[in-house]
Design a protein around this ligand. Structure first.
Ligand code: UT7
Length: 342
């Protein structure tokens, strides 16, 4: 779908000429609204103590997590994403019919196909617009945001939804205490719209598939991958995550010629409070400028960054005009970051 932007010129047929749009300067994207959704059911560390050989103390000391939300029976990733998307549209003063692009990060899709983006599109009633999902694990939202930003800047979308949503409770092995205590369910969304000044200043995406065995979940068409629940070499992932996220943040600042003192808020992937603290420490960023929701949400994979962003926006911490760094790291490995003027 071609969006006829205010800057676009019309071709001979009166249809927007996309090749000319792309070379036009001055179209940026900005976050018009954020939204999120968490399922009602809360599973505390004390609840987990009754289910497996673990303790609230261990979980809090090693991860910072105190509770997580768990989807109700029958509630799906798209159910949660729809709530988050509608909340983001409300915040932007837009209607579902205004959406003309959907990029949906998830590794827990309702079905193998149609993809979650398409299922969400049908719920929102914006028929005909491009809709797809991105399966880059915890960095799914960063990928979705980056793609949506490019479509808006290219003049090919006007109101783009970037989503991260997960129902990880369905792919967790509840008998494996080393992973079961970490994850939660939820959804987050942002709506992007064109702007004269940059809202999304830059995005940076990376992947290294040689680490595929450190964090994975089978269940696809490779039947030799018999494990259909999350498998993780936690220690190794931890170390690589800290180093990689530090590099990603530095890359983001360097690309914009900025020093870390310019950042108002770091909105990091919420996997483990110790990872977040170690990253902040290495970058000399005070924790007062870091958004943390991991204590309340656990690791919600692709949903974690937009959930944290929305929580901070709605609580009044993050204000219009402030400069944010968003980052995430996950299975693959995949990782991504963004510099955002909110
Ligand atoms: O979102 C994608 C990216 N994911 C991440 O970034 C996660 C990265 N990894 C981590 O966050 C941490 O490695 C974990 C939280 C997963 C684990 O923390 P750790 O400090 O690396 O612990 P560990 O795996 O080295 O285990 C230490 C001990 C072991 O016992 P022994 O062998 O020392 O006797 C485990 O068996 O803790 C034991 N343990 C537990 N004890 C109580 C493991 N899980 C639990 C548990 N409750 N739930």
């Amino acid at each position: 779908m071609i969006y006829c932007s205010p800057h676009a010129e019309l071709g001979p047929s009166g249809v927007a000429d996309s090749s000319r749009q792309k070379s036009l300067p001055g179209i940026f994207s900005r976050i018009a609204g954020t939204g999120s959704y968490l399922p009602e059911k809360i599973l505390t560390n004390f609840d987990l103590e009754k289910m497996m050989e673990t303790s609230d103390q261990w979980i809090r000391d090693r991860t910072g997590i105190e509770r997580r939300h768990i989807a109700a029976d029958g509630q799906t990733t798209v159910d949660m994403a729809e709530r988050a998307a509608r909340a983001a549209l409300d915040a932007a003063g837009l209607a579902p019919g205004d959406v003309d692009f959907i990029a949906f990060g998830t590794t827990t899709p309702d079905m193998l196909f149609p993809n979650c983006g398409v299922l969400l599109q049908a719920r929102l009633g914006c028929r005909g617009v491009p809709a797809f999902s991105v399966e880059t694990a915890c960095s799914g939202f960063m990928y979705a945001l980056s793609i949506a930003d490019k479509f808006v800047r290219a003049g090919e979308a006007r109101r783009a939804l970037a989503i991260g949503a997960e129902t990880l409770s369905r792919i967790v092995d509840w008998n494996d205490r080393s992973t079961a205590v970490l994850f939660g369910d939820g959804a987050g969304a942002v709506v992007l719209e064109p702007a004269d000044a940059p809202g999304i200043l830059s995005t940076h995406l990376h992947a290294d598939g040689t680490y595929k065995d450190l964090l994975y979940c089978g269940g696809g068409t490779d039947l030799s991958k018999t494990r259909r629940t999350i498998a993780m070499s936690g220690n190794e992932v931890f170390k690589i995550a800290v180093g990689t996220l530090c590099k990603a943040i530095k890359e983001t600042l360097a690309a914009n010629g900025l020093d870390r003192s310019a950042i108002d808020w770091l909105v990091p992937h919420q996997a483990n409070l110790r990872i977040i603290q170690a990253t902040a420490r290495r970058l000399d960023l005070p924790m007062e400028r870091v958004i943390t929701t991991v204590q309340d949400h656990g690791n919600t994979s692709a949903a974690s960054v937009p959930l944290a962003l929305d929580a901070a926006v709605r609580s009044g911490k993050i204000k219009r005009g402030q400069l944010l760094v968003l980052e995430a790291f996950g299975g693959g490995f995949t990782w991504g970051s963004a510099l955002v003027r909110y």
